[in-house]
Design a protein around this ligand. Structure first.
Ligand code: SF4
Length: 151
């Protein structure tokens, strides 16, 4: 196996592990009522931008590629670049980052307590370490870098 093929296989393994974290999160009894208001996707309004570990960013970047996009869409209104400007839906909803799955708006019941998901955060951090990710980064920069990493 060539080095480049091995590298891709390694990334696929880590991406699958990130998916497992998301699956385990979905099995937690966090009672929330997200009705896809997408309020949390408007970073400028909320003052909060999700931070992604490298594994999360690679999964999100790969999901964005499946929509036919090779670059991060541009937005000038301070909303998430993955929020479709016309449908107001997340372009990568099935593979959205951990923060998008845990930081609910007040109407949906508020953010999940960190203590209830800390073990899952640690698993994402461990994956980040293995990918030499050097910690979580704000979504736009993390996605831009991950798209470059995918080549
Ligand atoms: S990744 Fe999707 S769910 Fe998360 S902030 Fe962006 S548009 Fe919203």
């Amino acid at each position: 196996m060539s080095n480049s093929n091995k590298h891709r296989d390694d990334i696929s393994t880590e991406i699958e592990e990130v998916r497992e974290v998301y699956t385990d999160l979905a099995a937690r009894p966090l009672t929330r009522n997200c009705t896809l208001r997408t309020e949390c996707c408007h970073f400028k309004l909320t003052g909060l931008t999700p931070h992604l570990t490298k594994g999360e960013a690679l999964l999100a970047a790969r999901a964005l590629r499946t929509t036919g996009r090779r670059k991060l869409p541009e937005r000038s209104d301070g909303a998430c670049p993955l929020l479709h400007p016309e449908t107001a839906r997340c372009l990568i909803y099935q593979d959205r980052p951990f923060g998008c799955r845990t930081h609910f708006c007040a109407a949906a019941g508020g953010p999940a307590p960190r203590s209830e998901v800390l073990d899952l955060i640690h698993r994402l951090e461990a994956i980040d370490d293995r990918l030499d990710g050097q910690g979580s980064r704000p979504l736009p920069g993390a996605l831009t870098r991950a798209l470059q990493d995918l080549g």
